[in-house]
Design a protein around this ligand. Structure first.
Ligand code: ZN
Length: 430
């Protein structure tokens, strides 16, 4: 075993928000080998990091990474127009190369913002896989399947084939099934998708109860909430990432179990006026973590920004400034690791070294009475000086180790072409 890296004199913030001062961390074979004071072992690289903080990386538990290519295309519209007039018609003409580049652009931004793992839900899952593989980040990718699509059987077969072929090929990347939502997957199709996930021994990632009107429509069509419809299809028998769940109701809580996680993306809800739903009111009883949704609705790819907005909106609307505390928000940020089930999310011996190294001795975060407050309410990507996945740097000395210049230039070219092609016919309606 090679001792690849020794981090000297760091302060560790663990997944609960507790701080251990002045420790050394020895990393080798992609894992944390040893934590202690004044470690004497020799490593290939030693970094003197006195005054810096080390934390687990962030997980972006729900995104559509290729949608970075649509950032800024659907502004100041309501949710109906966002889907039906803007996004789905443009998506219908999206090519694999554009999706791949959008995904790379997104990954570049995520790494800058401290994301070490993301859960993606989109078409062109093979191209997202390619982007994740090249970039060094960790990923959990769900090929999207629409039950209402005329090509449903083909879409499902393609998703199954991709999962079978790629899942487990690289230890950093896993796949799961991505039924779009109960409202776009009628019960018999939803059941078929969940059954396929079960037979492939993978989980699912699905949008549930995003809006109040979706819940009302599900009640009148099926006599069940969207959570109830997912339960009927067996969706809670497998590990499930519920995207949004914004309008979850008290009665839906009975469906959730220890394999269920809910990825909340408050910036999207605020931007599209989707309301102050159950995720805030039931917060203490819910397995919440943060996602960013796609950049076409949330504009950025930072789970930390989403966490900050979640806390601020919670305090503002509830009138309870003592609620949504720093520790609660930090634990929610760390919850994404539990949802994905990799050996990450803790700064402990034996865990994979997916870590961030923070410089909080900067103008925007000083003075340092409370490092959690500095991170959650004051920090930006500039405070994350180094980031690593499996012990390998993906950001070093403040710079993302991808060709950001090439990615940005190519994205701009693709964007011009997307406008030139214009809108096509979408397969589904919101
Ligand atoms: Zn989404």
């Amino acid at each position: 075993m090679a001792n690849e890296l020794l981090l000297k004199n760091v302060n560790i913030i663990d997944e609960r928000g507790d701080v251990t001062e002045d420790a050394d961390i020895l990393i080798g074979d992609g894992r944390i080998q040893k934590i202690g004071r004044k470690i004497e072992e020799i490593a290939c690289e030693t970094m003197e990091l006195s005054g810096h903080y080390v934390t687990p990386g962030f997980v972006n538990l729900h995104t559509h990474s290729p949608m970075n290519i649509f950032r800024g295309l659907a502004e100041d519209v309501n949710i109906d127009d966002w889907f039906n007039e803007k996004i789905w018609p443009y998506e219908s003409r999206l090519t694999g190369d554009e999706a791949y580049l959008g995904s790379l652009l997104s990954i570049c931004e995520m790494i800058d913002c401290g994301v070490t793992a993301f859960a993606d839900h989109y078409m062109f899952a093979d191209r997202i896989y390619e982007a994740a593989l090249e970039s060094g980040i960790r990923a959990d990718i769900a090929p999207t399947v629409f039950g209402v699509s005329a090509d449903f059987d083909d879409e499902l077969k393609k998703a199954c084939n991709l999962i079978e072929e790629k899942n487990g090929e690289n230890p950093r990347i896993r796949l799961r099934m991505g039924p779009h939502a109960p409202y776009t997957c009628p019960p018999h199709t939803l059941k078929k998708i969940v059954d396929s996930a079960r037979s492939l021994e993978v989980g699912i990632h699905i949008h549930v109860s995003e809006t109040k009107s979706q819940v009302e429509k599900s009640r009148s069509d099926l006599g069940r909430t969207p959570f109830g419809a997912l339960y009927d299809a067996g969706g809670f028998d497998v590990p499930v990432i519920v995207a949004h769940g914004l309008w979850i109701e008290k009665d839906d809580l009975k469906y959730l179990n220890d394999k269920t996680f809910i990825a909340v993306c408050p910036k999207t809800y605020m931007k599209l006026s989707m309301g102050f739903g159950g995720i805030w009111r039931e917060c203490e009883n819910l397995p919440l973590a943060f996602g960013t949704d796609g950049a076409a609705s949330s504009n950025t790819q930072s789970p930390l920004e989403q966490a900050r907005l979640f806390a601020l909106a919670g305090k503002f609307v509830s009138g309870r400034p003592e609620a949504f505390s720093l520790r609660e928000i930090w634990c929610m940020l760390m919850n994404g690791h539990r949802a994905l089930g990799f050996n990450t999310g803790k700064v402990e011996e034996g865990c994979d070294a997916d870590l961030l190294i923070w410089d909080l001795n900067r103008i925007n975060t000083l003075p340092l009475y409370n490092p959690l407050a500095s991170i959650i309410y004051s920090s930006g990507p500039e405070n994350i000086v180094h980031s690593m996945v499996c012990g390998r740097f993906v950001k070093k000395d403040g710079r993302v180790l991808l060709d950001a210049d090439y990615i940005s230039k190519t994205a701009q070219k693709h964007a011009a072409n997307i406008l030139k092609k214009g809108r096509g016919e979408s397969k589904v309606r919101y």
